[in-house]
Write a protein that binds this ligand. Structure first.
Ligand SMILES: NC(=O)c1ccc[n+]([C@@H]2O[C@H](COP(=O)([O-])OP(=O)(O)OC[C@H]3O[C@@H](n4cnc5c(N)ncnc54)[C@H](O)[C@@H]3O)[C@@H](O)[C@H]2O)c1
Ligand SMILES: [Zn+2]
Length: 395
């Protein structure tokens, strides 16, 4: 006698449209990109809109809140901004307090936002993750429009489909997969970013080029000197292409909600996540990923996957863009004398679940998945990166 009497099975197909717009000065009176996105779905009922603004934006854009209010005041026939833009803490601190999620839920409830309303968030990746999480869980999901304001979030995280905050001291432990209603990349927001923050997005462009698109790698190489000087046209080009490749992966990989164990876009990230954590976030994500790429590139060459000269070419590009490819944290040891960085491998596996899957390189533009790494060779690669960095600094 079988223990299952019968099974009912139906496939549920969901089709999402994921739209990323590129513009400049999106709150100028004549720019209709955003207002077109948030048009009402029902006749004679203006769209209810609430806006969250990363505090960090204010230094370079002190007039932004007034500009936003003016933009919506000129469009009250169709759009109803329910209150002045609400400021939220920027940076990783935004993701460390559960109370901030409750505060956003309280706002959404107070102003009676419903599933036909829009939550707009303007800010860095951390602010997007926090507000996105709160919006995706309120009423089981209120439409979210993201306006990323860092190079990193415009070319990478902001165009993704994940939200989340840190919990139990672990990054992104609570979160959702939720396709944003739209993403609007406004290049004028990038002007006020400090140099280190501007540079941070370049590394994700190099990363995605390395695993998927050799010709994009060559384009970045050709514009490296312009990028190092933060030439706007060169920056916009690589952000746009990086966003397109990330989106292509999400839409075309067959696993947008990461049910499998592989995460090719996280090339170089197992080291990066560990370094960020070890340094208590002194090392920013972009700088940490550059070092992580350094380790995995040298490792790929050490085990014969790519030519040493190709790995060297990639390292040189990262350095030309202004990244320093070593930090003393990389060599730190536990009280028992163990190399702490190696813990990053198991933590990475745990985070994805299932079998360890790490992306390495078999050529420029060709990522390859492996399921084991040799710890001795990893430490040799770290050592080589350290030596290489000392030589670079002496030059
Ligand atoms: N959801 C995803 O798929 C995904 C992917 C990658 C990264 N992330 C997350 O993104 C976060 C990192 O995001 P980030 O690198 O964009 O930085 P961030 O959000 O940490 O912001 C860094 C700092 O820049 C400030 N800032 C933001 N925009 C500014 C501007 N235009 N001018 C001046 N200052 C500005 C912020 O206030 C903050 O102080 C991490 O928490 C990471 O986990 C999420
Ligand atoms: Zn990243």
């Amino acid at each position: 006698m079988p223990s299952t009497f019968s099974t009912i099975r139906k496939n549920i197909r969901l089709d999402f449209s994921h739209r990323v717009y590129f513009t400049k000065d999106c709150f100028s009176h004549t720019n209709d990109t955003l207002s077109d996105i948030v048009q009402p779905h029902r006749k004679n009922q203006p769209s209810k809109i609430i806006i969250y603004l990363d505090e960090g934006m204010l230094d370079g854009n002190p007039n932004l809140p007034d500009q936003i209010k003016g933009y919506f005041q000129a469009r009250t026939d169709a759009l109803q901004l329910v209150c002045s833009p609400i400021f939220i803490r920027g940076g990783e601190a935004a993701k460390n307090e559960w109370e901030l999620v409750e505060k956003i839920w309280t706002d959404l409830n107070t102003f009676s936002l419903c599933r036909h309303s829009y939550v707009i968030v303007i800010g860095g990746g951390a602010a997007l993750d926090l507000v996105g999480f709160a919006a995706s869980t309120a009423h089981r999901g209120i439409r979210l429009v993201r306006l990323p304001t860092t190079t990193l979030s415009q070319g990478d995280g902001g165009v993704g489909v994940k939200n989340g905050i840190n919990y139990f001291g672990k990054k992104n432990w609570v979160g959702t997969f939720s396709v944003p209603y739209a993403v609007l990349n406004d290049f004028s927001f990038l002007r006020g970013l400090p140099k280190g923050q501007k540079r941070a997005g370049f590394v994700e462009a190099v990363k995605v080029a390395l695993i998927r698109d050799r010709s994009f790698f060559e384009q970045i190489e050709a514009r490296a000197d312009d990028l190092a000087k933060f030439n706007e046209e060169a920056m916009h080009h690589i952000i746009r292409k990086s966003a397109a490749l990330h989106l292509e992966h999400i839409a075309g990989s067959g696993d947008p909600f990461e049910l499998g164990s592989a995460r090719p876009l996280d090339f170089g990230h197992w080291v990066a996540h560990k370094l960020e954590q070890l340094s208590d976030f002194r090392i920013g994500h972009g700088d940490a990923v550059a070092i992580g790429l350094g380790v995995d590139l040298l490792y790929s060459a050490k085990i014969g996957l790519i030519k040493k000269s190709s790995a060297e070419r990639c390292l040189q590009l990262l350095e030309r863009l202004g990244f320093v490819l070593y930090d003393e944290m990389l060599g730190s040891k536990s009280k028992q004398g163990k190399h702490v960085i190696l813990e990053g491998l198991e933590e990475f596996r745990e985070h994805l679940g299932g079998e360890l899957t790490i992306t390495l390189l078999q050529g420029i533009g060709e990522g390859v998945e492996v399921h084991a790494m040799d710890k001795v060779k990893i430490l040799e690669s770290v050592e080589d990166l350290c030596t290489r960095n000392l030589i670079q600094q002496e030059k």
